[in-house]
Design a protein around this ligand. Structure first.
Ligand code: RNT
Ligand code: ZN
Length: 414
């Protein structure tokens, strides 16, 4: 059998393929629900996406209801190996058809998600939605000079933390509630300090409410720019890095939120010297923060490698963040998440101990030689074995399932 041959080959470098599979199968990947419906949610799906982020494309079959989104997710999840969580945004509430304002959402609006997740053994993560709303139209939310606007979003975020806690308690799990706000400006601001002071103050107010850390952990996500907010981002990387360190919060690193020559893979081991935990938003920026579907590329492999080399699985939470409306959305979920899983397995199969030994000995020739040899080891056979153990299709035949679903279900959505 080809797997046995592969196992032998890896063993020659001191790598135990069975152990690698086991290790990776236990690392949860939080799948972003918003890939399924172009970040619309169910509060008011007709409302345009705003906040400087954008989906492009109009591939048919977008999920329009909570049931459709869940059905689509189920189809995708059956084709993805490994431990899964679902990452929800506040706008994905189950409002039973009634209009519920963001400063009025309650934990009960997520009861049906909890029941749904429980039977599937899925963990849930959560996010306040501080965009796509009249109160965010100015481009500023938590940093707005308008007290009413600020108060509105502070209340929303506090409620979201409580919802996170409620979900965690119900599922006997820890939810990560991640705050990202779109605040910034198209043109050069006159008072950056003022906006940042207001953001800091709003965040402090949000976190002043006591929420059980056992069931909910807070994360904060910065970025570099957004569409229509090219000149200034209030919650920049520096802002949130300092905020997270000084307040003991989880820092979220989104792969699309840095200058094009900066890499999240390089940041992981840096920030973990000072922070207990981080959350990743694994994404694929193409020329800008375009949120393309994640693929098995160099940076994805580097991110996974950095997590596994350091043994940081418990300290680095992996979340995905992409939204592509130009291809089959279920396939997008499968491609993106399988790619993440591939990268994790690929990283787990690295002969890290040997590489480190060469490095410490100053034998950079052997280090480079081994790194290059590893690239062509029979990874596919181990990957197929992993998929087989997880009971999901090993190769491209997963697409047949998605195509069948597209033909029978998605194409009927008009
Ligand atoms: C935006 C941030 C944020 C969003 C999601 C929808 O630039 O990356 O994480 O993509 O919350
Ligand atoms: Zn993100």
């Amino acid at each position: 059998m080809s797997y046995e041959v592969a196992r032998e080959k890896y063993a020659q470098y001191g790598v135990d393929t069975e152990a690698a599979i086991k290790r990776v199968a236990e690392i949860p990947v939080s799948i972003n629900c918003w890939q399924g419906d172009d970040v619309r949610g169910f509060e008011d799906p007709d409302r345009a996406l705003s906040g400087g982020i954008m989906t492009t494309g109009n591939y048919p079959g977008r999920a329009r209801t909570i049931d459709e989104l869940r059905d689509d997710f189920d189809v995708a999840a059956k084709l993805i190996p490994g431990a899964k969580r679902i990452n929800l945004h506040a706008i994905y509430l189950d409002n039973g058809g009634a209009r519920v304002e963001r400063n009025e959402i309650t934990p009960e609006h997520f009861d049906s998600w909890i029941d749904w997740a429980r039977v599937r053994g899925l963990g849930i993560d959560f996010n306040p939605t501080c965009f796509s709303h009249p109160m965010s139209e100015s481009g500023l939310t938590l940093s707005s000079p308008d007290t009413a606007v600020r108060d509105f979003w502070v209340e929303h975020c506090i409620r979201c933390r409580k919802i996170g806690e409620y979900i965690g308690r119900k599922l006997k799990d820890t939810v990560i509630t991640n705050i990202w706000v779109p605040d910034g400006s198209k043109d050069t601001p006159a008072d950056m300090a003022g906006a940042r002071e207001r953001l800091k103050d709003s965040l402090d107010r949000i976190f002043a409410t006591d929420v059980s850390q056992e069931y909910n952990k807070d994360a904060v996500e910065g970025k570099v720019f957004g569409i229509g907010a090219e000149s200034f981002t209030v919650g920049s990387n520096d802002f949130y890095m300092c905020y997270a360190i000084s307040r003991g919060k989880i820092l979220t690193l989104d792969a699309g939120h840095y200058h094009p020559t900066e890499y999240v893979s390089d940041k992981i081991s840096a920030v973990l010297q000072f922070l207990d935990e981080i959350l990743l938003h694994v994404s694929r920026p193409v020329r800008w923060d375009s949120d393309h579907v994640v693929i098995f590329d160099d940076e994805l492999r580097a991110i996974a490698r950095e997590i596994l080399r350091g043994g940081f699985e418990k300290r680095v939470h992996i979340g995905l963040d992409f939204f592509d409306a130009s291809i089959n959305r279920v396939a997008a979920w499968v491609i993106g998440t399988r790619s993440m899983q591939k990268a994790l397995l690929y990283a787990a199969l690295e002969p890290s101990a040997l590489l480190r030994k060469y490095e410490l000995e100053g034998d950079f020739t052997s280090r480079l030689a081994l790194m290059e040899e590893c690239k062509t080891l029979p990874f596919v056979d181990v990957w197929e074995r992993y998929c087989e153990i997880c009971g999901v299709p090993a190769g491209g035949e997963w697409l047949d399932e998605v195509r069948r679903y597209e033909r029978d279900v998605l194409s009927e959505r008009v």
